[in-house]
Design a protein around this ligand. Structure first.
Ligand SMILES: O=C(CO)COP(=O)(O)O
Length: 247
Protein backbone atom coordinates (compact mmCIF):
# COMPACT_ATOMS: atom_id res chain seq x y z
CA UNK A 1 0.00 0.00 0.00
CA UNK A 2 1.82 3.09 1.22
CA UNK A 3 -0.61 5.57 -0.29
CA UNK A 4 0.08 9.02 1.15
CA UNK A 5 -3.00 10.54 2.80
CA UNK A 6 -4.41 13.37 0.70
CA UNK A 7 -6.70 16.13 1.93
CA UNK A 8 -8.14 18.60 -0.55
CA UNK A 9 -10.13 21.68 0.30
CA UNK A 10 -12.59 22.90 -2.29
CA UNK A 11 -13.47 26.52 -1.65
CA UNK A 12 -15.96 26.47 -4.56
CA UNK A 13 -17.21 30.01 -5.46
CA UNK A 14 -16.62 31.39 -1.98
CA UNK A 15 -14.41 33.98 -0.43
CA UNK A 16 -12.61 37.17 -1.28
CA UNK A 17 -9.10 38.39 -0.57
CA UNK A 18 -9.85 39.03 3.09
CA UNK A 19 -11.44 35.59 3.45
CA UNK A 20 -8.49 33.93 1.75
CA UNK A 21 -6.15 35.77 4.12
CA UNK A 22 -8.08 34.23 7.00
CA UNK A 23 -7.88 30.71 5.54
CA UNK A 24 -4.18 31.11 4.84
CA UNK A 25 -3.59 32.29 8.39
CA UNK A 26 -4.98 29.05 9.83
CA UNK A 27 -3.16 26.96 7.20
CA UNK A 28 0.11 28.67 8.20
CA UNK A 29 -0.60 28.18 11.88
CA UNK A 30 -1.34 24.49 11.29
CA UNK A 31 0.27 22.40 12.48
CA UNK A 32 -0.08 20.23 9.38
CA UNK A 33 0.88 16.57 9.53
CA UNK A 34 3.88 16.22 7.16
CA UNK A 35 2.57 12.80 6.10
CA UNK A 36 -0.42 14.40 4.35
CA UNK A 37 -0.62 16.06 0.93
CA UNK A 38 -2.75 19.19 1.26
CA UNK A 39 -4.23 20.94 -1.76
CA UNK A 40 -6.78 23.76 -1.73
CA UNK A 41 -9.05 24.50 -4.71
CA UNK A 42 -9.35 28.23 -5.18
CA UNK A 43 -11.55 30.35 -7.50
CA UNK A 44 -9.63 31.11 -10.70
CA UNK A 45 -9.40 34.84 -10.11
CA UNK A 46 -7.57 34.32 -6.79
CA UNK A 47 -5.27 31.49 -7.85
CA UNK A 48 -2.16 33.61 -8.13
CA UNK A 49 -2.97 35.49 -4.91
CA UNK A 50 -3.47 32.22 -3.01
CA UNK A 51 -0.31 30.75 -4.53
CA UNK A 52 1.73 33.68 -3.27
CA UNK A 53 0.30 33.50 0.24
CA UNK A 54 0.03 29.77 0.88
CA UNK A 55 2.67 28.05 2.99
CA UNK A 56 4.97 25.58 1.20
CA UNK A 57 3.17 22.56 2.63
CA UNK A 58 -0.13 23.56 0.98
CA UNK A 59 -0.57 23.40 -2.79
CA UNK A 60 -3.16 25.46 -4.63
CA UNK A 61 -5.46 23.90 -7.25
CA UNK A 62 -7.72 25.34 -9.90
CA UNK A 63 -11.32 24.13 -9.73
CA UNK A 64 -11.72 23.61 -13.46
CA UNK A 65 -9.84 23.92 -16.75
CA UNK A 66 -10.72 23.46 -20.40
CA UNK A 67 -9.48 20.68 -22.70
CA UNK A 68 -7.18 22.70 -24.98
CA UNK A 69 -4.25 25.05 -24.28
CA UNK A 70 -5.69 28.27 -25.76
CA UNK A 71 -8.22 29.65 -28.20
CA UNK A 72 -11.66 31.19 -28.59
CA UNK A 73 -13.24 29.83 -25.41
CA UNK A 74 -14.47 32.93 -23.60
CA UNK A 75 -14.45 32.59 -19.85
CA UNK A 76 -12.35 29.43 -19.71
CA UNK A 77 -8.84 28.85 -18.37
CA UNK A 78 -6.40 26.20 -19.58
CA UNK A 79 -4.02 23.81 -17.85
CA UNK A 80 -1.15 25.65 -19.57
CA UNK A 81 -2.22 28.85 -17.81
CA UNK A 82 -2.47 27.10 -14.47
CA UNK A 83 1.04 25.70 -14.94
CA UNK A 84 2.27 29.10 -16.14
CA UNK A 85 1.49 30.73 -12.79
CA UNK A 86 3.37 27.95 -11.03
CA UNK A 87 0.55 25.64 -9.97
CA UNK A 88 0.41 21.87 -10.29
CA UNK A 89 -3.15 20.84 -9.54
CA UNK A 90 -6.66 21.05 -10.98
CA UNK A 91 -9.98 19.64 -9.78
CA UNK A 92 -11.99 18.20 -12.69
CA UNK A 93 -15.46 16.72 -13.05
CA UNK A 94 -16.85 18.01 -9.78
CA UNK A 95 -20.53 17.10 -9.53
CA UNK A 96 -21.41 20.80 -9.63
CA UNK A 97 -19.60 21.10 -12.97
CA UNK A 98 -21.41 18.02 -14.21
CA UNK A 99 -24.89 18.94 -12.94
CA UNK A 100 -24.98 22.74 -13.24
CA UNK A 101 -22.67 23.26 -16.22
CA UNK A 102 -23.61 20.13 -18.12
CA UNK A 103 -20.19 18.47 -18.23
CA UNK A 104 -20.44 14.97 -19.63
CA UNK A 105 -18.31 11.95 -18.73
CA UNK A 106 -16.65 12.38 -22.12
CA UNK A 107 -15.76 16.04 -21.55
CA UNK A 108 -14.43 15.34 -18.04
CA UNK A 109 -12.27 12.56 -19.48
CA UNK A 110 -10.98 14.81 -22.28
CA UNK A 111 -10.17 17.53 -19.77
CA UNK A 112 -8.40 15.03 -17.54
CA UNK A 113 -6.28 13.75 -20.41
CA UNK A 114 -5.37 17.23 -21.55
CA UNK A 115 -4.51 18.46 -18.03
CA UNK A 116 -2.25 15.44 -17.46
CA UNK A 117 -0.61 15.92 -20.87
CA UNK A 118 0.00 19.55 -19.91
CA UNK A 119 1.87 18.37 -16.81
CA UNK A 120 -0.80 19.02 -14.18
CA UNK A 121 -2.01 16.68 -11.46
CA UNK A 122 -5.74 16.03 -11.41
CA UNK A 123 -8.31 15.49 -8.68
CA UNK A 124 -10.93 13.70 -10.77
CA UNK A 125 -14.38 13.65 -9.17
CA UNK A 126 -17.07 11.00 -9.53
CA UNK A 127 -20.21 10.14 -7.60
CA UNK A 128 -23.85 9.13 -7.83
CA UNK A 129 -26.98 11.17 -7.12
CA UNK A 130 -29.52 10.18 -4.50
CA UNK A 131 -31.92 8.91 -7.19
CA UNK A 132 -29.15 6.78 -8.68
CA UNK A 133 -28.24 5.34 -5.26
CA UNK A 134 -31.87 4.58 -4.47
CA UNK A 135 -32.22 2.87 -7.84
CA UNK A 136 -29.26 0.62 -6.98
CA UNK A 137 -27.12 2.32 -9.63
CA UNK A 138 -24.22 3.52 -7.46
CA UNK A 139 -21.64 1.09 -8.80
CA UNK A 140 -22.79 1.40 -12.40
CA UNK A 141 -22.52 5.20 -12.22
CA UNK A 142 -19.09 5.43 -10.60
CA UNK A 143 -17.71 2.68 -12.85
CA UNK A 144 -19.09 4.46 -15.93
CA UNK A 145 -17.55 7.79 -14.85
CA UNK A 146 -14.20 6.14 -14.10
CA UNK A 147 -14.28 4.11 -17.31
CA UNK A 148 -14.66 7.29 -19.38
CA UNK A 149 -11.41 8.57 -17.83
CA UNK A 150 -9.67 5.18 -18.12
CA UNK A 151 -10.47 5.13 -21.84
CA UNK A 152 -8.48 8.33 -22.34
CA UNK A 153 -5.46 8.01 -20.04
CA UNK A 154 -2.79 5.40 -19.45
CA UNK A 155 -0.71 6.90 -16.67
CA UNK A 156 -2.60 7.37 -13.38
CA UNK A 157 0.44 8.55 -11.38
CA UNK A 158 -0.76 12.14 -11.25
CA UNK A 159 -4.41 11.38 -10.58
CA UNK A 160 -6.33 11.37 -7.31
CA UNK A 161 -9.85 9.96 -7.62
CA UNK A 162 -12.44 11.72 -5.46
CA UNK A 163 -15.60 9.76 -4.70
CA UNK A 164 -18.21 12.35 -3.82
CA UNK A 165 -21.77 11.03 -3.57
CA UNK A 166 -23.88 13.95 -4.73
CA UNK A 167 -26.46 13.39 -1.97
CA UNK A 168 -23.73 13.97 0.64
CA UNK A 169 -22.39 17.23 -0.78
CA UNK A 170 -23.33 20.29 1.23
CA UNK A 171 -26.25 18.45 2.81
CA UNK A 172 -24.78 17.48 6.16
CA UNK A 173 -25.57 13.86 5.19
CA UNK A 174 -22.17 12.19 5.22
CA UNK A 175 -21.84 8.73 3.76
CA UNK A 176 -21.18 6.40 6.68
CA UNK A 177 -17.62 5.09 6.83
CA UNK A 178 -19.01 1.72 5.72
CA UNK A 179 -20.93 3.20 2.78
CA UNK A 180 -17.88 5.12 1.58
CA UNK A 181 -15.50 2.21 2.15
CA UNK A 182 -17.78 -0.11 0.19
CA UNK A 183 -17.70 2.11 -2.89
CA UNK A 184 -13.95 2.75 -2.59
CA UNK A 185 -13.27 -0.99 -2.34
CA UNK A 186 -15.50 -1.65 -5.37
CA UNK A 187 -13.63 1.03 -7.31
CA UNK A 188 -10.33 -0.58 -6.40
CA UNK A 189 -11.62 -3.96 -7.62
CA UNK A 190 -12.80 -2.36 -10.84
CA UNK A 191 -9.41 -0.67 -11.35
CA UNK A 192 -7.61 -3.96 -10.72
CA UNK A 193 -9.64 -5.69 -13.38
CA UNK A 194 -9.98 -2.92 -15.96
CA UNK A 195 -6.78 -0.90 -15.54
CA UNK A 196 -4.07 -2.76 -13.62
CA UNK A 197 -3.29 -4.19 -10.19
CA UNK A 198 -0.58 -1.53 -9.81
CA UNK A 199 -2.98 1.36 -10.39
CA UNK A 200 -5.54 -0.28 -8.12
CA UNK A 201 -2.93 -0.46 -5.34
CA UNK A 202 -1.37 2.95 -5.76
CA UNK A 203 -4.23 5.27 -6.79
CA UNK A 204 -5.44 7.45 -3.97
CA UNK A 205 -9.22 7.34 -3.67
CA UNK A 206 -10.49 10.13 -1.44
CA UNK A 207 -13.98 10.73 -0.08
CA UNK A 208 -15.96 13.97 -0.27
CA UNK A 209 -19.37 14.97 1.04
CA UNK A 210 -20.05 16.71 4.36
CA UNK A 211 -16.67 15.78 5.82
CA UNK A 212 -16.20 17.57 9.15
CA UNK A 213 -13.75 17.58 12.03
CA UNK A 214 -16.30 15.37 13.78
CA UNK A 215 -16.45 12.53 11.23
CA UNK A 216 -13.03 12.65 9.53
CA UNK A 217 -11.21 10.37 11.97
CA UNK A 218 -13.73 7.56 11.60
CA UNK A 219 -13.87 7.86 7.81
CA UNK A 220 -10.08 7.99 7.62
CA UNK A 221 -9.73 4.69 9.42
CA UNK A 222 -11.26 2.77 6.52
CA UNK A 223 -8.65 0.88 4.52
CA UNK A 224 -9.57 2.24 1.11
CA UNK A 225 -10.23 5.86 2.08
CA UNK A 226 -6.99 7.70 1.33
CA UNK A 227 -8.13 11.16 2.30
CA UNK A 228 -10.88 13.69 1.71
CA UNK A 229 -12.17 16.41 -0.54
CA UNK A 230 -13.70 18.95 1.78
CA UNK A 231 -16.09 21.75 0.83
CA UNK A 232 -17.67 23.88 3.54
CA UNK A 233 -15.37 22.76 6.34
CA UNK A 234 -12.26 23.70 4.33
CA UNK A 235 -13.17 27.37 4.81
CA UNK A 236 -12.88 27.06 8.59
CA UNK A 237 -10.03 26.36 11.02
CA UNK A 238 -11.60 22.91 11.56
CA UNK A 239 -9.93 22.01 8.27
CA UNK A 240 -6.66 21.54 10.18
CA UNK A 241 -8.26 18.81 12.29
CA UNK A 242 -9.50 17.12 9.12
CA UNK A 243 -6.02 17.26 7.59
CA UNK A 244 -4.63 15.67 10.76
CA UNK A 245 -7.37 13.04 11.04
CA UNK A 246 -4.89 10.17 10.81
CA UNK A 247 -2.78 11.35 13.76
O1 LIG B 1 -18.22 19.05 -2.90
C1 LIG B 1 -17.48 18.85 -1.95
C2 LIG B 1 -16.03 18.95 -2.11
O2 LIG B 1 -15.66 19.00 -3.45
C3 LIG B 1 -18.01 18.56 -0.61
O3 LIG B 1 -18.65 19.68 -0.11
P1 LIG B 1 -19.11 19.70 1.43
O4 LIG B 1 -17.91 19.25 2.23
O5 LIG B 1 -19.48 21.12 1.68
O6 LIG B 1 -20.24 18.74 1.54
Amino acid sequence: MGRKFFVGGNWKMNGNKAGIDGIIAFLKAGPIDPNVDVVVGCPAIYLDYARQQCPDNVQVAAQNAYKVPSGAFTGEISPAMIADIGLQWVILGHSERRAIFGESDELVAEKTKHALDAGLKVIACIGETLAEREAGQTEAVVFRQTAAIAAKITDWTNVVLAYEPVWAIGTGKTASPQQAQEVHAKLREWLKEKVSPEVSDSLRIIYGGSVTAGNAKELGQEGDIDGFLVGGASLKPDFIQIINAKQ
